[in-house]
Design a protein around this ligand. Structure first.
Ligand code: NDP
Length: 429
């Protein structure tokens, strides 16, 4: 879409939002038929995706607005069940947009495969033997997946580690071969697994050991994406809280997460609140992204904050997020799930590298949304107001009752299912 600024989108009805999307000429009639249909994922398609299928499990799909990243506008498809996430991301994206937008970069698309070798008579000699044949092994890996070379990717590098060398190690000694592969626009799990499996017999020959595991690592440390934003304090002013107060509160909140795993885990969950919905909506493997993100947050030996917040010499708030991003724009279920295909169309990204950068920018926005709320009014004020609708529905409210009961819960400051049930009974009398 040309712009991600759609003023008033929040206050439209679902029907009005759908009409607006239809009028934008972004989707074909077939696209919107899928997007707006009662069962967008056909049961036959679902049955081909996983085993033992009995149905599908829909989630709300909302649009994160206002995102300006490296000067380009992005509308973010977000599939999530938790209220306030989409609103918070869009709110922060507007603040960052007014401050010039996010800047992002990526290190490339190099994923990691691991081959485990045990029982080598001499582990150091085995390591040297593998490294001496590095070029031959890379060529063999490429031969196992030749189409990747044609796409400009392929096996790039190889490394060997020896684990558990210490005499008192409680685990057995092993040699681990790391295979680094540029998987282009694919996440690359199947590609890497195919390559790793193909190398196993050669590696056994070279090491005189026995190969067991041959599998992708979900911590692709050579496939990082980074996002940054710089916000003048006056743009952070909230109610009676000055911009400087909010900026300092965000930095204090970051320092708490940076120094305490008990806080970091919740801080990082808030970041994944932004990341998972776009990863899911784009048909990507969110467990892989989650696992990689948390491993990166613990890379120095202690689990810590994924983001960093600081103050620059002009007094601006500076936010940074770096994460491994094993996602794709092709492969897996991306071109199978009809809504995932439309999510890619909406995002209008040209490559997995670009998508990875958009995802970390959304994660950074989500983190600031949570920290800004926590450092000022507290998270419950906004969250519970939005949550009140779910509480009303859980208590049995339907139709016009939902708004009415949700408003009463907010007015009476009692956003509980028990209270909502009382109100539903009262309404029905
Ligand atoms: P695929 O096996 O689907 O491979 C990618 C496909 O995309 C290839 O067939 C390739 O075609 C095609 N393709 C088209 N255009 C491009 C392009 N520009 N760049 C790269 N490939 C292109 O998917 P992945 O290897 O990405 O594996 C992802 C799946 O694996 C996910 O579903 C994931 O859940 C799952 N998985 C995850 C694991 C983990 O996380 N540990 C383990 C095992 C599986 P061509 O063949 O012609 O090159």
């Amino acid at each position: 879409m040309e712009t991600s600024r759609i003023p008033g989108f929040y206050n439209m009805t679902v029907e009005e939002r759908r009409q607006l999307l239809t009028s934008m000429d972004l989707f074909t009639e077939d696209d919107t038929a899928y997007l707006f249909s009662k069962q967008p994922l056909a049961i036959d398609t679902a049955d081909n995706m996983i085993e033992n299928v009995i149905g599908t499990f829909p989630l709300p799909l909302g649009l994160g607005l206002n995102f300006l990243i490296n000067g380009k506008d992005y509308v973010i498809p977000m599939a999530i069940e938790e209220p306030s996430v989409v609103a918070s991301a869009s709110h922060i994206a507007k603040i960052v947009r007014d401050a010039g937008g996010f800047t992002t970069e990526a290190t490339g698309r190099v994923m990691t495969g691991q081959i485990q070798v045990v029982g080598c008579p001499d582990f150091h000699a085995a390591k040297e033997a593998v490294l001496r044949k590095k070029d031959r092994l890379l060529e063999a890996a490429d031969n196992a997946y030749p189409s990747l070379l044609n796409r400009g990717g392929g096996a790039e590098d190889l490394d060997v580690r020896i684990l558990n060398e210490e005499a008192d190690s409680k685990y057995g000694q092993m040699l681990i071969v790391h295979l680094y592969v540029d998987t282009r626009d694919a996440m690359g799990a199947n590609m890497i697994n195919t390559m790793a499996e193909s190398l196993a017999p050669v590696i056994e020959d070279l090491t005189d050991g026995k190969v067991y595991l041959r599998i992708l690592s979900n911590y692709p440390e050579r496939c990082l994406a980074r996002a940054r934003c710089v916000i003048p304090p006056n743009r952070l002013q909230t109610g009676e809280f000055s911009g400087e107060y909010v900026r300092d509160g965000v930095i204090h909140a970051y320092e708490f997460a940076a120094s305490d795993p008990y806080r970091a885990v919740t801080h990082n969950k808030g970041i994944m609140n932004g990341i998972d919905p776009i990863v899911i909506a784009t048909g990507n493997d969110w467990r892989a992204v989650e696992a990689g993100a948390h491993a990166h947050a613990a890379r120095d030996g202690m689990y810590t904050s994924m983001t960093a917040w600081s103050r620059d010499e002009h007094g601006n708030l500076v936010g940074e997020l770096e994460l491994p991003m094993s996602i794709g724009t092709v492969g897996g279920s991306i071109r199978v799930h009809p809504i995932a295909k439309l999510a890619h169309k909406l995002l209008n990204v040209d490559s997995a590298e670009e998508l990875a950068q958009v995802i970390v920018a959304v994660g950074l926005a989500q983190n600031l949304g949570a920290l800004k709320a926590l450092a000022t009014d507290g998270i419950q004020k906004g969250h519970m107001a939005l949550h009140s609708r779910s509480v009303a529905i859980a208590a049995g409210a339907t139709g016009e009752m939902i708004d009415m009961i949700s408003q009463r819960l907010i007015d009476e400051n009692e956003i509980r299912v028990g209270k909502a049930k009382e109100l539903v009974e009262e309404y029905k009398k």
